[in-house]
Design a protein around this ligand. Structure first.
Ligand code: AMP
Length: 509
Protein backbone atom coordinates (compact mmCIF):
# COMPACT_ATOMS: atom_id res chain seq x y z
CA UNK A 1 0.00 0.00 0.00
CA UNK A 2 1.48 3.35 -0.94
CA UNK A 3 -0.55 5.41 1.50
CA UNK A 4 -1.24 4.09 5.01
CA UNK A 5 -4.81 2.82 5.53
CA UNK A 6 -7.08 5.15 7.52
CA UNK A 7 -7.81 2.56 10.22
CA UNK A 8 -6.50 -0.77 11.53
CA UNK A 9 -9.71 -2.36 10.16
CA UNK A 10 -9.03 -1.08 6.64
CA UNK A 11 -5.43 -2.28 6.98
CA UNK A 12 -6.65 -5.78 7.79
CA UNK A 13 -9.12 -5.80 4.90
CA UNK A 14 -6.35 -4.69 2.58
CA UNK A 15 -3.90 -7.35 3.81
CA UNK A 16 -6.61 -10.04 3.50
CA UNK A 17 -7.27 -8.93 -0.07
CA UNK A 18 -3.75 -8.59 -1.40
CA UNK A 19 -1.95 -11.18 0.77
CA UNK A 20 -4.81 -13.38 1.91
CA UNK A 21 -2.98 -16.72 1.89
CA UNK A 22 0.10 -15.40 3.66
CA UNK A 23 0.64 -16.35 7.31
CA UNK A 24 -0.01 -13.34 9.52
CA UNK A 25 0.60 -14.96 12.92
CA UNK A 26 2.17 -18.25 13.90
CA UNK A 27 2.22 -19.73 17.40
CA UNK A 28 3.73 -23.19 17.70
CA UNK A 29 2.09 -25.46 15.15
CA UNK A 30 -0.92 -23.16 14.66
CA UNK A 31 -1.11 -20.22 12.31
CA UNK A 32 -3.57 -17.67 10.94
CA UNK A 33 -3.32 -16.29 7.41
CA UNK A 34 -4.55 -12.76 6.78
CA UNK A 35 -7.69 -14.24 5.19
CA UNK A 36 -8.23 -16.52 8.24
CA UNK A 37 -7.72 -13.55 10.54
CA UNK A 38 -10.37 -11.48 8.77
CA UNK A 39 -12.80 -14.44 8.64
CA UNK A 40 -12.23 -15.43 12.29
CA UNK A 41 -12.38 -11.78 13.30
CA UNK A 42 -15.72 -11.40 11.53
CA UNK A 43 -17.05 -14.42 13.41
CA UNK A 44 -15.87 -12.85 16.64
CA UNK A 45 -17.44 -9.50 15.68
CA UNK A 46 -20.74 -11.23 14.95
CA UNK A 47 -20.74 -12.91 18.37
CA UNK A 48 -19.98 -9.58 20.07
CA UNK A 49 -22.60 -7.63 18.14
CA UNK A 50 -25.23 -10.34 18.76
CA UNK A 51 -24.59 -9.79 22.48
CA UNK A 52 -25.16 -6.09 22.01
CA UNK A 53 -21.69 -4.56 21.53
CA UNK A 54 -22.37 -1.07 20.24
CA UNK A 55 -20.06 1.01 18.01
CA UNK A 56 -17.68 2.95 20.23
CA UNK A 57 -18.33 0.73 23.23
CA UNK A 58 -15.44 -0.82 25.17
CA UNK A 59 -14.90 -4.58 24.97
CA UNK A 60 -12.22 -6.18 27.13
CA UNK A 61 -10.03 -9.04 25.93
CA UNK A 62 -8.01 -11.22 28.31
CA UNK A 63 -7.06 -14.43 26.54
CA UNK A 64 -3.79 -16.16 27.40
CA UNK A 65 -3.50 -17.90 24.05
CA UNK A 66 -1.99 -15.35 21.65
CA UNK A 67 -4.01 -16.40 18.60
CA UNK A 68 -7.25 -16.42 20.58
CA UNK A 69 -6.39 -12.96 21.88
CA UNK A 70 -5.63 -11.61 18.41
CA UNK A 71 -8.88 -12.98 16.94
CA UNK A 72 -10.96 -11.53 19.78
CA UNK A 73 -9.12 -8.20 19.56
CA UNK A 74 -9.64 -7.97 15.81
CA UNK A 75 -13.29 -8.95 16.34
CA UNK A 76 -13.78 -5.96 18.65
CA UNK A 77 -12.28 -3.60 16.05
CA UNK A 78 -14.38 -5.10 13.22
CA UNK A 79 -17.46 -4.60 15.38
CA UNK A 80 -16.55 -0.91 15.68
CA UNK A 81 -15.72 -1.35 19.36
CA UNK A 82 -12.86 -0.10 21.50
CA UNK A 83 -10.52 -2.93 22.50
CA UNK A 84 -9.36 -3.06 26.11
CA UNK A 85 -6.45 -5.51 26.44
CA UNK A 86 -6.11 -7.07 29.90
CA UNK A 87 -3.48 -9.26 31.50
CA UNK A 88 -5.19 -12.66 32.01
CA UNK A 89 -3.56 -12.79 35.44
CA UNK A 90 -5.33 -9.66 36.72
CA UNK A 91 -7.14 -10.01 40.02
CA UNK A 92 -7.69 -6.95 42.23
CA UNK A 93 -6.99 -4.78 39.19
CA UNK A 94 -10.32 -5.84 37.66
CA UNK A 95 -12.25 -4.07 40.39
CA UNK A 96 -10.80 -0.74 39.19
CA UNK A 97 -10.44 -1.31 35.48
CA UNK A 98 -13.76 -2.94 34.57
CA UNK A 99 -16.04 -0.23 36.03
CA UNK A 100 -13.71 2.63 35.07
CA UNK A 101 -13.49 1.48 31.45
CA UNK A 102 -17.24 1.05 31.09
CA UNK A 103 -16.58 -2.28 29.33
CA UNK A 104 -19.86 -3.80 28.14
CA UNK A 105 -18.41 -7.12 27.05
CA UNK A 106 -15.45 -9.27 28.07
CA UNK A 107 -13.77 -12.14 26.25
CA UNK A 108 -11.51 -14.04 28.64
CA UNK A 109 -10.07 -17.35 29.73
CA UNK A 110 -12.34 -19.10 32.20
CA UNK A 111 -10.51 -18.13 35.44
CA UNK A 112 -10.44 -14.43 34.59
CA UNK A 113 -14.03 -14.58 33.33
CA UNK A 114 -15.05 -15.92 36.72
CA UNK A 115 -13.12 -13.24 38.61
CA UNK A 116 -14.62 -10.56 36.35
CA UNK A 117 -18.17 -11.70 37.09
CA UNK A 118 -17.44 -11.44 40.81
CA UNK A 119 -16.62 -7.71 40.36
CA UNK A 120 -20.24 -7.04 39.27
CA UNK A 121 -19.23 -4.09 37.14
CA UNK A 122 -22.49 -2.23 36.38
CA UNK A 123 -21.74 -1.86 32.65
CA UNK A 124 -20.64 -5.46 31.97
CA UNK A 125 -23.47 -7.27 30.14
CA UNK A 126 -21.81 -10.33 28.64
CA UNK A 127 -18.78 -12.39 29.58
CA UNK A 128 -17.46 -14.86 27.03
CA UNK A 129 -15.25 -17.71 28.19
CA UNK A 130 -12.48 -18.86 25.82
CA UNK A 131 -10.03 -21.65 25.13
CA UNK A 132 -7.16 -21.65 22.60
CA UNK A 133 -8.19 -21.17 18.97
CA UNK A 134 -8.87 -24.46 17.26
CA UNK A 135 -8.95 -26.60 20.40
CA UNK A 136 -12.70 -26.42 20.94
CA UNK A 137 -12.46 -24.15 23.97
CA UNK A 138 -13.71 -24.96 27.42
CA UNK A 139 -17.04 -24.97 29.17
CA UNK A 140 -16.97 -21.69 31.00
CA UNK A 141 -18.06 -20.93 34.54
CA UNK A 142 -21.75 -20.31 35.26
CA UNK A 143 -22.95 -17.02 33.88
CA UNK A 144 -20.47 -16.95 31.01
CA UNK A 145 -21.11 -17.58 27.31
CA UNK A 146 -18.89 -20.20 25.57
CA UNK A 147 -16.90 -18.14 23.07
CA UNK A 148 -16.25 -20.78 20.43
CA UNK A 149 -19.91 -21.74 20.32
CA UNK A 150 -21.01 -18.12 20.15
CA UNK A 151 -18.67 -17.43 17.23
CA UNK A 152 -19.71 -20.55 15.34
CA UNK A 153 -23.43 -19.94 15.76
CA UNK A 154 -23.67 -16.15 15.33
CA UNK A 155 -25.11 -15.22 11.95
CA UNK A 156 -23.04 -12.60 10.13
CA UNK A 157 -23.67 -8.96 10.97
CA UNK A 158 -23.40 -5.92 8.67
CA UNK A 159 -19.83 -4.61 8.50
CA UNK A 160 -19.01 -1.68 10.71
CA UNK A 161 -16.33 0.58 9.37
CA UNK A 162 -14.82 2.73 12.08
CA UNK A 163 -13.56 6.17 11.09
CA UNK A 164 -9.97 7.32 11.71
CA UNK A 165 -11.10 9.58 14.53
CA UNK A 166 -12.97 6.77 16.30
CA UNK A 167 -11.42 5.29 19.43
CA UNK A 168 -9.85 1.88 18.81
CA UNK A 169 -7.91 1.07 21.95
CA UNK A 170 -8.12 1.70 25.69
CA UNK A 171 -5.00 0.56 27.56
CA UNK A 172 -4.54 0.90 31.30
CA UNK A 173 -1.16 2.05 32.61
CA UNK A 174 0.55 -0.40 34.91
CA UNK A 175 -0.35 1.76 37.89
CA UNK A 176 3.09 1.98 39.52
CA UNK A 177 2.28 5.47 40.78
CA UNK A 178 -1.32 4.93 41.87
CA UNK A 179 -4.41 3.24 40.49
CA UNK A 180 -4.23 2.28 36.79
CA UNK A 181 -5.35 5.03 34.40
CA UNK A 182 -7.14 4.42 31.08
CA UNK A 183 -5.32 5.64 27.97
CA UNK A 184 -7.48 5.89 24.83
CA UNK A 185 -6.12 5.93 21.27
CA UNK A 186 -7.96 6.48 17.99
CA UNK A 187 -7.36 4.48 14.83
CA UNK A 188 -5.62 7.56 13.39
CA UNK A 189 -3.23 7.69 16.34
CA UNK A 190 -2.32 4.00 16.01
CA UNK A 191 -1.88 4.20 12.25
CA UNK A 192 0.24 7.38 12.38
CA UNK A 193 2.67 5.83 14.85
CA UNK A 194 3.00 2.60 12.90
CA UNK A 195 3.63 4.55 9.73
CA UNK A 196 6.52 6.28 11.52
CA UNK A 197 7.92 2.90 12.64
CA UNK A 198 7.45 1.38 9.19
CA UNK A 199 9.55 4.13 7.64
CA UNK A 200 12.13 4.29 10.46
CA UNK A 201 12.79 0.55 10.48
CA UNK A 202 12.19 -0.10 6.73
CA UNK A 203 9.52 -2.62 7.73
CA UNK A 204 8.11 -4.50 4.72
CA UNK A 205 5.82 -7.45 3.95
CA UNK A 206 8.95 -9.62 3.53
CA UNK A 207 9.79 -9.26 7.21
CA UNK A 208 9.32 -12.14 9.62
CA UNK A 209 8.99 -10.71 13.12
CA UNK A 210 9.79 -12.64 16.30
CA UNK A 211 7.54 -11.20 19.03
CA UNK A 212 8.22 -12.54 22.54
CA UNK A 213 6.59 -9.60 24.39
CA UNK A 214 3.15 -9.69 26.05
CA UNK A 215 0.17 -8.74 23.90
CA UNK A 216 -1.74 -6.73 26.50
CA UNK A 217 0.64 -3.78 26.32
CA UNK A 218 1.32 -1.33 23.47
CA UNK A 219 4.72 -2.90 22.77
CA UNK A 220 3.24 -6.26 21.74
CA UNK A 221 -0.26 -5.24 20.72
CA UNK A 222 0.32 -1.99 18.86
CA UNK A 223 3.91 -2.31 17.56
CA UNK A 224 3.67 -6.08 17.13
CA UNK A 225 0.09 -7.07 16.27
CA UNK A 226 -1.16 -3.89 14.59
CA UNK A 227 2.25 -3.48 12.95
CA UNK A 228 1.95 -6.96 11.45
CA UNK A 229 -1.50 -6.14 10.07
CA UNK A 230 -0.50 -2.81 8.57
CA UNK A 231 2.75 -4.00 7.01
CA UNK A 232 1.34 -7.45 6.08
CA UNK A 233 4.45 -9.16 7.42
CA UNK A 234 4.51 -12.53 9.20
CA UNK A 235 4.90 -12.68 12.96
CA UNK A 236 5.99 -15.61 15.08
CA UNK A 237 4.83 -15.51 18.70
CA UNK A 238 6.55 -17.92 21.10
CA UNK A 239 5.02 -19.34 24.25
CA UNK A 240 6.99 -18.71 27.44
CA UNK A 241 10.33 -17.17 26.48
CA UNK A 242 13.19 -19.61 26.72
CA UNK A 243 16.36 -18.34 25.13
CA UNK A 244 17.69 -21.56 23.52
CA UNK A 245 14.21 -22.14 22.06
CA UNK A 246 14.10 -18.53 20.86
CA UNK A 247 17.46 -18.93 19.08
CA UNK A 248 16.18 -22.09 17.38
CA UNK A 249 12.96 -20.33 16.32
CA UNK A 250 14.78 -17.25 15.01
CA UNK A 251 16.83 -19.58 12.82
CA UNK A 252 14.13 -22.07 11.76
CA UNK A 253 11.54 -19.41 10.88
CA UNK A 254 14.02 -17.19 9.06
CA UNK A 255 13.10 -14.28 11.31
CA UNK A 256 14.30 -10.88 10.10
CA UNK A 257 13.36 -8.80 13.15
CA UNK A 258 12.80 -9.22 16.87
CA UNK A 259 11.00 -6.83 19.24
CA UNK A 260 12.12 -7.49 22.80
CA UNK A 261 12.80 -5.99 26.21
CA UNK A 262 16.33 -5.87 27.69
CA UNK A 263 15.72 -9.08 29.66
CA UNK A 264 15.25 -11.01 26.41
CA UNK A 265 18.62 -9.80 25.18
CA UNK A 266 20.34 -10.72 28.46
CA UNK A 267 18.92 -14.20 28.16
CA UNK A 268 19.90 -14.60 24.52
CA UNK A 269 23.45 -13.64 25.50
CA UNK A 270 23.47 -16.26 28.23
CA UNK A 271 22.12 -18.91 25.85
CA UNK A 272 24.73 -18.07 23.23
CA UNK A 273 27.48 -18.28 25.87
CA UNK A 274 26.13 -21.60 27.19
CA UNK A 275 26.12 -22.96 23.65
CA UNK A 276 29.88 -22.46 23.45
CA UNK A 277 30.04 -18.81 22.41
CA UNK A 278 30.13 -19.38 18.64
CA UNK A 279 28.27 -16.55 16.91
CA UNK A 280 24.69 -17.72 16.09
CA UNK A 281 24.36 -17.67 12.28
CA UNK A 282 20.81 -16.25 11.87
CA UNK A 283 21.49 -15.13 8.29
CA UNK A 284 18.02 -13.61 7.76
CA UNK A 285 18.07 -11.44 10.86
CA UNK A 286 18.46 -7.74 10.15
CA UNK A 287 17.13 -5.92 13.20
CA UNK A 288 16.94 -6.50 16.95
CA UNK A 289 14.80 -3.83 18.63
CA UNK A 290 14.73 -3.17 22.38
CA UNK A 291 12.34 -0.99 24.33
CA UNK A 292 10.08 -0.59 27.40
CA UNK A 293 13.08 -0.36 29.75
CA UNK A 294 16.67 0.93 29.56
CA UNK A 295 19.12 -1.27 27.66
CA UNK A 296 22.42 -1.30 29.58
CA UNK A 297 25.31 -0.17 27.34
CA UNK A 298 27.19 -3.31 28.46
CA UNK A 299 24.43 -5.48 27.02
CA UNK A 300 24.52 -3.52 23.77
CA UNK A 301 28.26 -4.07 23.53
CA UNK A 302 28.25 -7.75 24.51
CA UNK A 303 25.43 -8.42 22.05
CA UNK A 304 27.38 -6.68 19.29
CA UNK A 305 30.33 -8.96 19.93
CA UNK A 306 28.32 -12.18 20.41
CA UNK A 307 25.71 -11.71 17.65
CA UNK A 308 27.32 -9.19 15.29
CA UNK A 309 24.28 -6.89 15.65
CA UNK A 310 23.86 -3.54 17.33
CA UNK A 311 20.53 -3.68 19.15
CA UNK A 312 18.34 -0.76 18.08
CA UNK A 313 16.96 0.89 21.20
CA UNK A 314 13.73 2.86 21.02
CA UNK A 315 11.60 4.73 23.53
CA UNK A 316 7.86 4.92 23.89
CA UNK A 317 5.02 4.88 26.33
CA UNK A 318 1.35 3.92 26.44
CA UNK A 319 0.21 7.55 26.36
CA UNK A 320 2.29 8.64 23.37
CA UNK A 321 3.07 5.38 21.56
CA UNK A 322 6.61 5.33 20.16
CA UNK A 323 8.54 8.57 20.63
CA UNK A 324 12.16 8.10 19.57
CA UNK A 325 14.37 5.52 17.94
CA UNK A 326 18.02 4.98 17.21
CA UNK A 327 18.66 5.02 13.47
CA UNK A 328 18.39 2.04 11.17
CA UNK A 329 21.33 3.38 9.18
CA UNK A 330 24.03 5.29 11.00
CA UNK A 331 25.46 4.91 14.46
CA UNK A 332 23.27 3.51 17.24
CA UNK A 333 24.38 5.04 20.51
CA UNK A 334 24.44 2.77 23.53
CA UNK A 335 22.62 4.40 26.44
CA UNK A 336 20.64 6.73 24.17
CA UNK A 337 17.12 6.20 22.83
CA UNK A 338 17.75 8.04 19.57
CA UNK A 339 15.95 10.91 17.90
CA UNK A 340 12.24 11.74 17.63
CA UNK A 341 10.38 9.60 15.11
CA UNK A 342 9.01 11.34 12.00
CA UNK A 343 5.98 13.44 12.96
CA UNK A 344 6.82 13.38 16.69
CA UNK A 345 8.17 16.43 18.51
CA UNK A 346 10.31 16.04 21.62
CA UNK A 347 11.67 18.69 23.92
CA UNK A 348 13.38 18.71 27.28
CA UNK A 349 12.22 21.20 29.85
CA UNK A 350 15.72 22.44 30.84
CA UNK A 351 18.63 24.50 29.46
CA UNK A 352 20.41 22.83 26.52
CA UNK A 353 22.23 19.65 27.48
CA UNK A 354 20.91 19.59 31.05
CA UNK A 355 18.49 17.02 32.42
CA UNK A 356 14.83 17.93 32.43
CA UNK A 357 11.40 16.47 31.88
CA UNK A 358 10.79 15.04 28.41
CA UNK A 359 7.75 16.64 26.71
CA UNK A 360 6.10 15.15 23.63
CA UNK A 361 3.68 16.40 20.99
CA UNK A 362 2.37 14.69 17.86
CA UNK A 363 -0.45 12.78 16.20
CA UNK A 364 -0.09 9.72 18.43
CA UNK A 365 -0.25 11.48 21.78
CA UNK A 366 -3.47 10.40 23.55
CA UNK A 367 -6.14 13.03 24.29
CA UNK A 368 -6.12 12.47 28.08
CA UNK A 369 -6.81 9.78 30.70
CA UNK A 370 -10.33 8.42 30.88
CA UNK A 371 -12.36 9.96 33.72
CA UNK A 372 -9.31 11.80 35.16
CA UNK A 373 -9.70 15.57 34.80
CA UNK A 374 -7.21 16.28 37.58
CA UNK A 375 -4.52 13.96 36.25
CA UNK A 376 -5.07 15.46 32.80
CA UNK A 377 -4.60 19.01 34.01
CA UNK A 378 -1.20 17.98 35.38
CA UNK A 379 -0.24 15.77 32.44
CA UNK A 380 -0.35 18.41 29.71
CA UNK A 381 1.50 21.70 29.39
CA UNK A 382 0.45 24.01 26.53
CA UNK A 383 -0.40 21.05 24.30
CA UNK A 384 2.70 19.05 25.24
CA UNK A 385 2.39 15.79 27.16
CA UNK A 386 4.63 15.60 30.20
CA UNK A 387 6.11 12.11 30.09
CA UNK A 388 7.44 12.08 33.65
CA UNK A 389 10.75 10.85 32.23
CA UNK A 390 13.90 12.89 32.80
CA UNK A 391 16.32 13.13 29.91
CA UNK A 392 18.91 15.20 28.10
CA UNK A 393 19.04 16.18 24.43
CA UNK A 394 22.32 16.16 22.51
CA UNK A 395 22.77 19.04 20.04
CA UNK A 396 21.80 16.68 17.18
CA UNK A 397 18.49 15.81 18.88
CA UNK A 398 19.57 12.46 20.36
CA UNK A 399 17.65 11.81 23.57
CA UNK A 400 19.14 10.12 26.63
CA UNK A 401 16.92 9.09 29.52
CA UNK A 402 18.22 9.29 33.07
CA UNK A 403 15.17 8.11 35.03
CA UNK A 404 11.59 8.92 35.96
CA UNK A 405 10.92 12.30 37.59
CA UNK A 406 9.35 10.51 40.54
CA UNK A 407 12.45 8.34 40.92
CA UNK A 408 14.95 11.18 41.11
CA UNK A 409 16.77 10.87 44.42
CA UNK A 410 17.16 13.95 46.56
CA UNK A 411 20.07 13.21 48.86
CA UNK A 412 20.81 16.07 51.22
CA UNK A 413 19.54 18.52 48.57
CA UNK A 414 21.59 17.04 45.74
CA UNK A 415 19.80 15.33 42.84
CA UNK A 416 20.83 11.87 41.71
CA UNK A 417 19.38 10.38 38.51
CA UNK A 418 19.12 6.60 38.94
CA UNK A 419 20.19 5.77 35.38
CA UNK A 420 23.64 7.26 35.90
CA UNK A 421 24.33 5.13 38.96
CA UNK A 422 22.82 2.08 37.26
CA UNK A 423 25.11 2.56 34.28
CA UNK A 424 28.18 2.81 36.54
CA UNK A 425 27.22 -0.41 38.33
CA UNK A 426 26.38 -2.17 35.06
CA UNK A 427 29.81 -1.39 33.67
CA UNK A 428 31.29 -3.73 36.33
CA UNK A 429 32.14 -6.96 34.52
CA UNK A 430 30.28 -9.16 37.01
CA UNK A 431 27.06 -7.12 36.98
CA UNK A 432 24.30 -8.01 34.55
CA UNK A 433 21.87 -5.30 35.55
CA UNK A 434 21.28 -2.78 38.29
CA UNK A 435 18.31 -0.91 39.75
CA UNK A 436 18.77 2.25 41.78
CA UNK A 437 16.10 3.71 44.07
CA UNK A 438 15.74 6.26 46.83
CA UNK A 439 15.84 4.80 50.32
CA UNK A 440 14.95 6.77 53.44
CA UNK A 441 17.95 8.14 55.31
CA UNK A 442 17.76 9.81 58.71
CA UNK A 443 20.59 12.18 57.88
CA UNK A 444 20.17 12.95 54.17
CA UNK A 445 16.41 12.53 53.79
CA UNK A 446 16.96 10.15 50.93
CA UNK A 447 20.00 8.10 50.02
CA UNK A 448 20.97 6.04 47.01
CA UNK A 449 19.97 2.38 47.24
CA UNK A 450 21.08 -0.14 44.64
CA UNK A 451 20.33 -3.75 43.85
CA UNK A 452 22.21 -5.71 41.21
CA UNK A 453 21.88 -9.10 39.56
CA UNK A 454 25.11 -10.78 38.55
CA UNK A 455 25.99 -12.32 35.20
CA UNK A 456 25.68 -16.09 35.08
CA UNK A 457 28.67 -17.73 36.76
CA UNK A 458 30.07 -14.38 37.98
CA UNK A 459 31.10 -13.83 41.57
CA UNK A 460 31.85 -10.51 43.18
CA UNK A 461 31.52 -9.19 46.67
CA UNK A 462 29.30 -6.29 47.56
CA UNK A 463 32.06 -4.02 48.81
CA UNK A 464 34.06 -4.46 45.59
CA UNK A 465 31.10 -3.51 43.38
CA UNK A 466 30.21 -0.46 45.47
CA UNK A 467 33.87 0.64 45.48
CA UNK A 468 33.98 0.21 41.70
CA UNK A 469 30.90 2.43 41.25
CA UNK A 470 32.30 5.00 43.70
CA UNK A 471 35.45 5.36 41.57
CA UNK A 472 33.24 6.40 38.67
CA UNK A 473 30.83 8.70 40.49
CA UNK A 474 30.82 11.65 42.86
CA UNK A 475 30.64 10.59 46.50
CA UNK A 476 26.99 11.61 47.07
CA UNK A 477 25.93 9.18 44.29
CA UNK A 478 27.52 6.20 45.97
CA UNK A 479 24.99 3.51 46.97
CA UNK A 480 24.49 3.60 50.75
CA UNK A 481 22.27 0.53 50.71
CA UNK A 482 23.24 -2.30 48.45
CA UNK A 483 22.12 -5.85 47.72
CA UNK A 484 22.95 -8.61 45.27
CA UNK A 485 19.70 -10.30 44.19
CA UNK A 486 19.32 -13.50 42.14
CA UNK A 487 17.31 -11.45 39.61
CA UNK A 488 15.80 -7.97 39.58
CA UNK A 489 12.07 -8.01 40.32
CA UNK A 490 10.15 -7.19 37.13
CA UNK A 491 6.53 -6.69 36.18
CA UNK A 492 4.71 -8.56 33.41
CA UNK A 493 5.94 -6.24 30.67
CA UNK A 494 9.61 -6.48 31.65
CA UNK A 495 10.08 -3.27 33.62
CA UNK A 496 11.96 -3.35 36.91
CA UNK A 497 9.54 -3.07 39.82
CA UNK A 498 11.27 -0.30 41.76
CA UNK A 499 8.96 -0.54 44.78
CA UNK A 500 9.95 -4.19 45.15
CA UNK A 501 13.63 -3.20 44.89
CA UNK A 502 13.10 -0.63 47.63
CA UNK A 503 11.41 -3.23 49.81
CA UNK A 504 14.31 -5.64 49.21
CA UNK A 505 16.76 -2.95 50.33
CA UNK A 506 14.86 -1.63 53.31
CA UNK A 507 13.27 -4.88 54.40
CA UNK A 508 9.85 -3.27 54.61
CA UNK A 509 6.90 -1.58 52.93
P1 AMP B 1 4.63 2.03 29.38
O1 AMP B 1 3.61 3.08 29.27
O2 AMP B 1 4.25 0.89 30.26
O3 AMP B 1 5.10 1.58 28.03
O4 AMP B 1 5.90 2.68 30.09
C1 AMP B 1 6.53 3.78 29.51
C2 AMP B 1 7.80 4.06 30.24
O5 AMP B 1 8.77 3.04 30.02
C3 AMP B 1 8.47 5.31 29.75
O6 AMP B 1 7.87 6.47 30.29
C4 AMP B 1 9.89 5.09 30.21
O7 AMP B 1 10.03 5.44 31.57
C5 AMP B 1 10.06 3.59 30.05
N1 AMP B 1 10.79 3.27 28.82
C6 AMP B 1 10.29 2.87 27.63
N2 AMP B 1 11.28 2.66 26.73
C7 AMP B 1 12.43 2.94 27.38
C8 AMP B 1 13.81 2.93 27.02
N3 AMP B 1 14.22 2.55 25.81
N4 AMP B 1 14.71 3.30 27.96
C9 AMP B 1 14.32 3.67 29.19
N5 AMP B 1 13.06 3.69 29.60
C10 AMP B 1 12.12 3.33 28.71
Amino acid sequence: MTRPPPTIVEGLRHAATVRGSKVAFRHGARSLTFRDLLAEGRGAAAALVRRGLRPGEVAAVACGDPLARIVAHVGVLLAGGVALPLNPDYREELATILPDSGAGVLVADAPLAERALAVRSPTLRAVFSTGPVGTGGADGPAGTVPWDEARASASPVPERRPLPEDAALLVYTSGTTGPPKGVPHTHASLVANLEALRVAWAWTPSDVLFLPVVLFHVHGLQNGVHGTILTACTTVIPGRFDAPGALATLDREGCTMMFGVPTHYHRLLEAAAAAGGARPALPALRLFVSGSAPLPPGTFERFRVAFGHEILERYGMTETLMIASNPLAGPRRPGAVGRALPGVQVRVDAPAGEPGEVLVRGPSVFPGYRNRPQANAAAFHEGWFRTGDIGTLDPDGTLRLVGRATETINTGGLKVYPREVEAALESHPAVREAAVVAVPDADLGEAVGAAVALREGAAADEAAIVAYARERLAGYKKPRRFAILPALPRNAVGKVDKSAVRRALTGGG
